[in-house]
Design a binder for this molecule. Structure first.
Ligand SMILES: Nc1ncnc2c1ncn2[C@@H]1O[C@H](COP(=O)(O)OP(=O)(O)OP(=O)(O)O)[C@@H](O)[C@H]1O
Length: 351
């Protein structure tokens, strides 16, 4: 996306001021409650008028105080997905989905309804009334309706908050597939670091109405985990596994990971705590850990009084967390080679 923002808005005692440019396709807006995330979204969507500044999206000026430009929400081509799916109750799934598409200029219709319906797995529900859908199905319809209006940008304001944990992580793969397949830029608001890591590459960090930092999601995760008690957590996106006895082998770049958890169709997301990775130099005669990965040390960084060791495992990244004493004893430094030993049971499935 190409989103250029330089705006200011005062709401009572609160002032939201932000100047930034976003190039990445998936950007997050992160910050504590009351930091101005929703205000920013309302300003971008045209629901609240800034006091000054300008907003440009994909080369189009949406707002420019000096030039007297202020496009109304319906002309901004920004789709908004809210926390609760706001569907038209008197229309069935198909009519809800096609609502925005029918109102979109035929020249701007980049997405075929049939392709999207397939990605969202809604084909069997098209004729059903939306009052007879589950929470997850309603969210998929709401997402589909927004996408079919072919927006230049989708804003999601805490779209997963309020869903139970299981439902939340069922929806994430659909969101990712839709955004990837149709290359739609996303601005994703959340105060969950885990959701940020699943959904974004870059993050705008807000505090007290002001933009505090614009950083990669990975560096946000590292700085957050450096101060939190638990330490660094690796997040792995793994493809369909094959079963070998009681264990499951997942392709992982040029190699495989062996896990105790498996089954079911589709891709899965797992968390692996960095402190559960043991680093070795040289081979042992035997070890119970099922994963022995030869890695190159990319770098070292501080995590909560421990050392994060960033590893390159044949093109895949992992972070192990060890104590400083081990770093010295093993002579760990960037460029060195180590073996990472991981138990098959150390991976925790989240999606
Ligand atoms: N119309 C308004 N008039 C006065 N103050 C407002 C108005 N709208 C929002 N605020 C204040 O602006 C601040 C930012 O609110 P906003 O909803 O943008 O925060 P947020 O980061 O989205 O919070 P949350 O994570 O809780 O949704 C809050 O202190 C809020 O009370």
């Amino acid at each position: 996306m190409e989103l250029e923002v330089d705006i200011e808005k005062r709401l009572g005692a609160f002032c939201c001021a932000a100047a930034f440019t976003v190039h990445s396709l998936r950007c997050g807006v992160f910050g504590p409650s009351g930091s101005g995330k929703s205000t920013l979204m309302n300003l971008l969507a045209g629901l609240v008028v800034p006091d000054r500044g300008r907003i440009r999206l994909a080369g189009h000026t949406l707002y420019d105080a000096e030039a007297g430009i202020n496009l109304p929400p319906e002309q901004r081509r920004i789709g908004v997905v809210f926390q609760h799916a706001r569907l038209f109750p008197h229309m069935n799934v198909r009519r809800n989905l096609l609502y925005g598409w029918r109102r979109t200029d035929p020249g701007d219709r980049r997405i075929e309804p049939e392709a999207l319906i397939k990605v969202l797995n809604l084909g069997h529900l098209l004729h059903r009334g939306v009052t007879r859908l589950s929470g997850g199905e309603r969210q998929r319809v709401a997402l589909g309706r927004t996408v079919l209006a072919c927006p230049r940008l989708i804003l999601m304001d805490e779209p997963l908050t309020g869903l139970d944990e299981e439902l939340k992580y069922q929806i994430i793969p659909y969101l990712q597939r839709v955004l990837d397949q149709f290359a739609i830029p996303l601005l994703f608001i959340s105060h969950s670091l885990r959701e940020m890591r699943l959904m974004t590459d870059e993050v705008l960090v807000f505090h007290d109405g002001a933009l505090q930092a614009q950083v990669s999601t990975e560096s946000l995760a590292r700085s957050d985990m450096a101060t939190a008690g638990g330490g660094y957590v690796n997040m792995l996106h793994l493809g369909p596994p094959r079963q070998v006895g009681d264990l499951w082998c997942y392709p992982w770049g040029e190699t495989e990971l062996v896990l105790t958890e498996g089954g079911g169709a589709g891709d899965k997301f797992f968390e692996l705590e960095a402190r559960d990775i043991i680093l070795l130099k040289g081979r042992l005669a035997a070890i119970s850990a099922r994963n022995l990965l030869t890695c190159r040390v990319v770098g070292l960084f501080g995590v909560n009084n421990r050392v994060g060791v960033e590893l390159d495992c044949r093109g895949n990244r992992l972070v192990a967390q060890i104590v400083q004493e081990s770093v010295c004893e093993m002579g760990l430094a960037a460029g060195g080679e180590v073996v990472a030993a991981i138990k098959a049971s150390s991976f925790r499935r989240i999606v």
